[in-house]
Design a protein around this ligand. Structure first.
Ligand SMILES: NC(=O)c1ccc[n+]([C@@H]2O[C@H](COP(=O)([O-])OP(=O)(O)OC[C@H]3O[C@@H](n4cnc5c(N)ncnc54)[C@H](OP(=O)(O)O)[C@@H]3O)[C@@H](O)[C@H]2O)c1
Length: 314
């Protein structure tokens, strides 16, 4: 398959209103793929839809919080209603956190697990019947943080490790159906100025621009994902640091453990920027409304579209 063969295909990309997801949407749409864009923040999502449409791309925005299984089903149903088929599912939406286990707000684990792991599992489940027909692709946007538990980033790396395990299991399960399952271990990438992450106390904070490390461009990440789809690759690792990390963790586990140990203070200061002054408070609710995620309330949320702000959203 080459770029020309992507023409006419349909891709559903979770979390594509900004950042890497948006860059993947642009890269695929430029090759004639019809795209379902997704996110929770409706104005931002609509802006992205308008921007990509102005470039002549075929895109449709669907607001859905992938933490809710019913919304994942809805997202897949909307894809079929709008375009009649599904060829590519990209499990991209994720949230990130910072901080030590000892200090981490209890609810942070819940939101990370529901978004980074459960969300991609449920979307994959509901997409399988349609991907079976097209012998399509499920791509997981994972991270070099998904190679092993990373200090001061435990919740994120644990959910990414779980997601990688899910992908490996799925690859075997779906082999006879002809569905390709790929995992991309993405390295540090330039973040959208609007990117927010969960701070240790459970508040959302903007992620300051990272200046202490060489960053990949989201557009370059998107091109790698496109090639991964075209060549039906099982796994790719991006950036030089990412490949070094992957190699060391796999083949030199004691050495990589020692490296993390001797650099623990630097990792805490630089990578998590705990106590850094560059944080700006987020316009979102500063605390997650966990009560809204109680089982009973989720059931009522699932029936409405679009998802009301503050319920099942942050
Ligand atoms: N940036 C990096 O350096 C880096 C490195 C390695 C791996 N990655 C991975 O690459 C992917 C994209 O990262 P990014 O930095 O581009 O993220 P980002 O800028 O924070 O964008 C995340 C996207 O996901 C959406 N989203 C978040 N929670 C959602 C939910 N529950 N339901 C639906 N949509 C949701 C966000 O929109 P709303 O907020 O409106 O919902 C947004 O569109 C993630 O899987 C991440 O783990 C990133």
């Amino acid at each position: 398959m080459n770029s020309r063969n992507l023409k006419g295909k349909v891709a559903l990309i979770s979390g594509s209103s900004m950042g890497i997801g948006k860059a993947i949407a642009s890269a695929l749409a430029a090759d004639g793929v019809s795209i379902i864009l997704n996110g929770r923040d409706e104005p931002r999502l609509k802006n992205t839809e308008t921007e990509l449409r102005s470039l002549g791309y075929k895109v449709t925005a669907v607001v859905a919080d992938i933490r809710l299984p019913g919304r994942c089903q809805h997202l897949v149903q909307q894809t079929i209603l709008r375009y009649g088929r599904l060829d590519i599912l990209i499990n991209n939406a994720a949230v990130s956190s910072r901080g030590s286990v000892a200090e981490m707000a209890d609810g942070n684990y819940k939101i990370m697990e529901e978004t980074n792991f459960n969300g991609s599992a449920h979307l994959s489940k509901y997409a399988i019947p349609y991907l079976k027909k097209t012998k399509g692709h499920i791509i997981f946007i994972n991270s070099i943080g998904g190679f092993r538990g990373m200090p001061f980033n435990s919740a994120y790396s644990a959910t990414k490790l779980a997601q990688a395990a899910l992908a490996e299991a799925l690859r075997i399960e779906l082999f006879d159906l002809g569905i390709h399952v790929g995992v991309a271990f993405v390295g540090f990438t330039e973040n959208d100025p609007e990117k927010t992450i969960l701070d240790v106390d459970g508040s959302w904070v903007y992620l300051p621009k990272r200046t202490n490390i060489k960053l990949a461009k989201p557009q370059a990440v998107a091109q790698s994902i496109k090639h991964m789809i075209i060549r039906r690759k099982n796994r790719i690792t991006l950036t030089r640091l990412g490949r070094f990390t992957g190699f060391a963790i796999r083949y030199l586990p004691s050495f990589s453990n020692w490296l993390l140990l001797v650099n623990r203070k630097t990792i805490k200061r630089r990578f998590t920027m705990i106590g850094g002054k560059a944080l700006v408070s987020s316009p979102w609710h500063t605390k997650i409304e966990y009560a809204a995620l109680d089982r009973g309330k989720i059931d009522s949320v699932e029936m409405c579209h679009p998802c009301p702000k503050g319920i099942g959203s942050r």
